[in-house]
Design a protein around this ligand. Structure first.
Ligand code: KG4
Ligand code: ZN
Length: 332
């Protein structure tokens, strides 16, 4: 089954053609640059940018796949969670395409997309599918969810952030350090030449065993930066490395503990923050085996992950996907 899939929930316009939920035939991603000047995403600007570029990106994705619209079996789009105006642009466009070509429309939960990015491959030989059950950590700009994936599309929530999402913490600390937006990759780069033990930072302990809290860490970094500024120049790389160590250790500790408690062999990661190599290494170290994770470009938002999830929506029952867009959709 060949699916044309559209992702517009935030600031990436992504369109892909994916076969049988796994094989990427084409995957075009345009990251909006308009937000770099504002240092964060302005929802109306993001929606307008999607509207401006979506049709051309869809044509490119079809051309790169060497197919026409009537050559696909279904059209999929993210219906939530995300910025409502952005979701509306993508979902309405996809619905229109499906209607015009007499194809089924498949609504997809963006967070299921991040999970199913772990099923994707690009080459000619299909790697083995991840085995279930699995512990999945989805860490993005708006979400930090730790779930037990019992079977396809069956997610049992274990924990989530009670305040900032992990990606949001990366973005806010990057702004404090004057590094730019989006912050995650810039922190990771700065941390490479910094000392992760330069500054002790708090690891939040949340009473509920698998929930996360990152606002205290962010405040601690803010205080640290202010006091360093008062003394002279801020050692940006050392602060970035110390912050990255604190946040990755917290995420990795709970992920590894959940895998041990549920006696699960498979650990999957998804979402933009999963692109972070320090996080991948820390988790692999704690579970004592190499991780199977999507390559960084499939961790951040893209159309292919929506094409993968759409296939499994058609194949397996699970949490119902609403027919209209919903900004607050949950994974489980
Ligand atoms: O999944 P995603 O592309 O969009 C959302 O669904 O939110 O995630 C974006 C988030 C941003 O906060 C960005 O700073 C973070 O992922 N991110 C990273 C890295 N690459 C992207 N965080 C840490 N390290 C990275 N290499
Ligand atoms: Zn995302």
């Amino acid at each position: 089954m060949r699916i044309l899939a559209i992702e517009t929930s935030c600031d990436e316009t992504g369109v892909a053609v994916v076969d049988d939920g796994r094989h990427i035939i084409s995957n075009v991603v345009a990251s909006q640059l308009a937000h770099q000047d504002t240092g964060g995403i302005v929802p109306e600007v993001a929606a307008r940018e999607h509207l401006r570029s979506l049709d051309a990106i869809t044509q490119t994705a079809l051309r790169e796949a060497g197919v026409e619209l009537r050559g696909v079996d279904a059209v999929a789009a993210t219906v939530g969670p995300g910025l409502i105006g952005c979701l509306l642009v993508g979902a309405n466009y996809a619905r229109g395409l499906a209607l015009s070509a007499g194809l089924p429309f498949v609504g997809v939960n963006h967070l299921e997309g991040h999970v199913y990015a772990n099923w994707l491959y690009e080459g000619v030989v299909a790697p083995r599918e991840p085995e279930l059950p699995a512990i999945v950590l989805v860490v993005s700009g708006a979400h930090s969810d730790l779930v037990l994936m019992e079977a396809h599309r069956r997610f049992r929530p274990l924990g989530r952030t009670i305040d900032d999402a992990a990606g949001e913490a990366f973005d806010k600390v990057a702004r404090l350090l004057g590094l730019g937006f989006p912050g995650g990759p810039l922190i990771e780069k700065a941390a490479k030449s910094g000392d992760p033990n330069a500054f002790p930072l708090p690891r939040a302990t949340v009473s509920d065993r698998y929930d996360f809290s990152f606002s205290g860490l962010k405040t601690a970094v803010q205080r640290l930066v202010r006091s360093l500024e008062a003394k002279g120049e801020v050692p940006v790389n050392d602060v970035a490395a110390s912050f990255q160590k604190a946040i990755t250790e917290t995420l990795a500790e709970k992920t590894a503990r959940a895998a041990a408690e549920h006696a699960v062999d498979t650990v999957l990661l998804g979402g933009g923050v999963a692109a972070n190599l320090a996080l991948r290494e820390e988790i692999a170290k704690r579970i004592g085996r190499p991780l199977v994770v999507p390559p960084p470009r499939l961790c951040t938002d893209n159309g292919a992950m929506i094409g993968a999830a759409a296939f499994f929506v058609l194949r397996h029952r699970g949490t119902e996907i609403p027919t209209t867009v919903r900004s607050d959709l949950k994974l489980a």
